[in-house]
Structure formats: C-alpha cells, structure tokens
Design a protein around this ligand. Structure first.
Ligand code: NAP
Ligand code: MG
Length: 480
C-alpha cells in the first residue's frame, strides 16, 4: 500500500483493514489520481461511534481548561504543517494556494479561539424565590457528535465543529466529504499529534449516502452537526427527528449584492467579482446575484465584466492564478447546464459561458449574465460555480424584495453611501450575514456564522454562540 491511502482513524489508531474497495481522490486541475481513501463498512462506522461513546464519560469529566490544552497544541502542529495541508487542499479540490493557506490560518485561529472557551463556558446564577437556595445554570455536553462536512472548505468547516464539540466535553466522529478525504486525513493526524485520548476524535471516510447516513442514524450519536446542501440537510433533519437528536445545520445560499445608485461602483465591482469567483464560486457565501438599481446598471456591468475578464484561470498551485477548476466533472456539467438554460430563458451572455477545453482539468470560464429576470431559475437556485446573474431593480424596495424572495437567507451585501439606506437595508435584508459596502464572503472568527430560512435551522457556528448547539443547559437548585 502506497503512502497516499487515507485510512480510517478509530479509537486512537489508524485502521489497516479495508473491507471495501478504495476510492480515488482526483486532482480537478489535471484529472490525475493523487491518492485513495477507504470506505468505512457498517461495522467500522459502528466501531467509530462506540469508541466515541466509550471515551465520552471520561472526556466529559476532564476539566475544560485541560480539554482546551489539546486544542492549543493542535494549533501549533497545524501551523507546522501549514504548507503541506494547503497544498493537499489545492490538489484535492482545486482552490488556489493562497486561499488554501488562508484556510489553514482559519483552522489555527479556530483552535485557539475555541481553546479560550475552555476558560469560559460560562453559566448563570439566578436568584431563588426560596430562602437558603442557590440556583445555577450550567452548560452540559451532549454526547457523541457526528460532524459531517463538505469539500469546499475541507478543514475550516470541520474545525468550527470539532473544536467547539471537544472543548465543551463532547466526543466526535467526523465524516468529511469524499472529495477531500486526504485533506481531512492530515487534519486528523494533527489532532492525533496533539495527543487527544483515544476515541475522543474519530475519522471515517466513504460515501455520504452510505457511511454518512449510517453514522447519522446510529442510536449512540446524540447530535448531528452538518454543513452541506439544503437537500441533504433536510434528509438528516428528518432522520434526526425520529430519534429526537439535536441538530445544527449550515446549508446552501443564493447570495446577492444589492447595488444602489449612490454606491461607489468601483468598490462594489471589486467586492462583487472577488466574492463571486474566488474558490471558483464554490462558497456557500459566494455572490451569485447582483441586484442593481437600473440607473447604474450599465456602468456597474462594464466594471464587473472588465474585472472578470482580467482574472487568471489555471492550476491553483501556480502563482498568479486567481481561479482554479471546479471540483469535479459533475459540477462542471451542472454549472454549464444552468448557463445554457438561463440563455434559453432570455438572459444575455456578457462574458464566459463555457467550459475551457484547452486546459486538462474541470475549468469553466467565469461567467456574467445580464437581463436576468427575478423569477428565472438562475436567479433563485444555488449554482455553486463561477456564474453571476445581474438583475435590474426599479428602486430600493424592489431590490430588497428580490433579495428576499429566495428560499435561502445566508449572506447579502448592500452597496450605498447613504446612512439611511444602509440602516434600512441592515433591517430589511433577510440574511444571517449582512455586509454594508463589503463582499458576501468575508466571515471573521469570533462572529456568529449562519443563515436564515432554508440556509440553516437557526444554529450558529464560529463565535461562542456555537456552544448553544454543542451543549445543553442544566438547571441546578441547591437548598441549604
Ligand atoms: P453535500 O452533498 O450536502 O455533502 C455534504 C456532506 O454530507 C459530505 O460529507 C457528503 O458526503 C455528506 N452526505 C451526502 N449525502 C448524505 C446523506 N444522505 N447522509 C449523510 N451525509 C451525506 O454538499 P457538498 O456538495 O459537499 O457541499 C456543497 C454544499 O454545501 C452547498 O450547498 C453549500 O452551500 C453548502 N455549504 C454550506 C455552508 C454553510 O456554512 N452554510 C458552508 C459550505 C458549504 P460525500 O462527500 O461522500 O457525498
Ligand atoms: Mg478531488
């Protein structure tokens, strides 16, 4: 067996038995096989959950600052393997190396931020109506948490979940996306280096519809923390309801940038192009629609098209490249069919619009469509690719209505120089993240992250608010 075989990590050791065939991990920039990953069989999924379940009682009683100490160590080891980890992500899913390095930084910061929670995890005291009685409310861990994560941020989104789960006293079974199993393996090695006791964090790979599904349904999994598509999130929520499992769901989006006629158009175009096309548009917070007041539509469009045409496309390992490939062939064909359907429905192609055939990988031209009506599919469905739809609005009110009409509510930008419209927009926009004069994809550590409507189930990640989905409240009355 060669070096690049991603094994399962169960109960503190790497599994050497592979019951089922190994699956290939492909570099989307050149279609080369970069390694293989194991598919957990039913028994291995069960063992992973049982190992987390047995580790739970001791881990839960380990003092929180001691639990946090492992996360500080993980941050150090992660910093030491930054290049290696970033390069693996670029090869495995295609994002350009500077973005991948940025993602490793997010993991390091998340480890430290959540480690600091080990000295907080604050509870509350409440005055009692009885004489000689103390009332205390404390956060209790939940148990085994199944962390199921997507490929677009192979390690950052996992760190949001795992670090929060661990510091609050839960144990974890992590099922990463198949597309990025090898990147997940490196992060698991880092957690191993940090010295977590056996069973506290386990890694199982394999297809979502089998391994992920079985994991989520296991009776010893107390809570499911999922980031991915709304469709899969809905199925997991239904399954969780049968067993009354706790859930946290970070799902899809159809994010817009609203540009009012008084906006700084150069700044708006800059932010829009970056948020639309970085990570090849494969971000849950990518700008996918521009809703612009009609008076400035043409001026904004010219700026956006110029900037889009200047983007350098290629293998994300090469310096100077702005945009890498799509993650796989399937995604490439989905993106292209959205564009073809939009054009057939009357949209106008401003730039891009087809796969790039003189490169070996799954590359697609960054695409701008104008003349898009608010009801068209391309203006309402998540595409997850480098496609930007420009929709015209009569005025502020119409722009807000168009923004709010989709089933999603993750992230919205509003560009205006007016305090009046900035404040109204912050109030009227139905999104969990609102950016005034900035791009839709600029999340910061320490700030609650999550979406309204079908972009989530109300849970939040990243800030201390993530603790609400990783703990339950226990109220303790002491009469003396
Ligand atoms: P996905 O297809 O929903 O998959 C996400 C994860 O769930 C993967 O690990 C997948 O495994 C697993 N999975 C698939 N079917 C499953 C099932 N029936 N039961 C249990 N697990 C299952 O999403 P994706 O294509 O990886 O990621 C793109 C989506 O994620 C987009 O919709 C995007 O908006 C969303 N996203 C949301 C956020 C946020 O914070 N709101 C952040 C990033 C991405 P396999 O890989 O083996 O299929
Ligand atoms: Mg791949």
């Amino acid at each position: 067996m060669g070096a690049n075989i991603q094994k399962l990590y169960i109960n503190g050791r790497w599994e050497s038995k592979f019951g089922q065939q190994l699956a290939e991990s492909i570099n989307p920039a050149n279609k080369e096989v970069i390694g293989y990953y194991a598919s957990a069989d039913e028994n291995q999924v069960h063992q992973a959950v049982e190992s987390a379940y047995s580790a739970y009682s001791e881990w839960k009683r380990t003092p929180a600052p001691a639990r946090a100490a492992y996360l500080y160590k993980a941050a150090e080891f992660c910093a030491g393997r930054k290049e290696e980890l970033a390069k693996m992500m670029t090869k495995e899913m295609g994002k350009v190396l500077p973005e991948a390095l940025g993602e490793v930084n997010v993991v390091i910061e998340t480890c430290k931020y959540m480690a600091a929670e080990g000295r907080r995890l604050f509870g509350e005291t409440v005055p009692s109506g009885l004489p000689n009685c103390d009332i205390q409310m404390v956060r209790e861990p939940i148990g085994v948490i199944a962390c199921i994560t997507p490929w677009n941020f192979p390690i950052a989104l996992a760190s949001y979940k795992i670090c929060a789960a661990i510091v609050s006293g839960n144990t974890v079974v992590w099922k990463p996306a198949s597309e990025t199993a090898l990147s997940a393996g490196i992060l698991m090695e880092i957690f191993q280096q940090a010295g977590f006791p056996a069973g506290v964090i386990n890694l199982i790979t394999g297809s979502g519809s089998q391994v992920g599904k079985q994991l989520a349904a296991h009776p010893h999994v107390a809570s499911i923390s999922f980031t991915g598509s709304t469709e899969v999130g809905r199925g997991l929520s239904i399954e969780a309801a049968r067993q009354m499992k706790k859930i946290s769901m970070e799902l899809g989006g159809k994010n817009a940038a609203i540009v009012l006629k008084d906006a700084d158009l150069t700044k708006a175009a800059d932010c829009i192009v970056r948020a639309a096309f970085s990570t090849t548009g494969q971000k849950c917070t990518a700008t996918s629609r521009v809703i612009v007041e009609k008076e400035v539509k043409q001026a904004l469009l010219n700026l956006i098209v110029d900037k889009t045409r200047s983007l350098e496309i290629g293998d994300g390992m090469k310096s100077g490249v702005d945009i890498g490939p799509l993650v796989n062939e399937r995604q490439l064909s989905i993106v292209h069919s959205y564009v073809e359907e939009a054009l057939a429905d009357g949209a106008k192609l401003e730039c891009g619009g087809k796969p790039i055939t003189d490169l070996d990988g799954y590359f697609y031209e960054p695409t701008v469509l104008s003349n898009v009506s608010p009801n068209q599919k391309v203006a309402n469905e998540e595409i997850f690719g480098p496609v930007l739809a420009i929709v015209e609005a009569e005025d502020y009110e119409e722009a807000i209505n168009i923004n709010n009409q989709t089933v999603y509510g993750l992230s919205t930008s509003l560009f205006t120089e007016s305090l009046h419209y900035a404040k109204r927009g912050a109030r009227d926009i139905e999104s969990g993240l609102v950016y005034i004069n900035n791009g839709t994809a600029n999340a910061e550590i320490g700030v609650a992250f999550g979406g309204l409507k079908q972009s989530g189930n109300g849970s939040r990640e990243v800030s201390h608010h993530v603790l609400d989905s990783m703990t339950e409240w226990k109220s303790i009355y002491v009469s003396y």
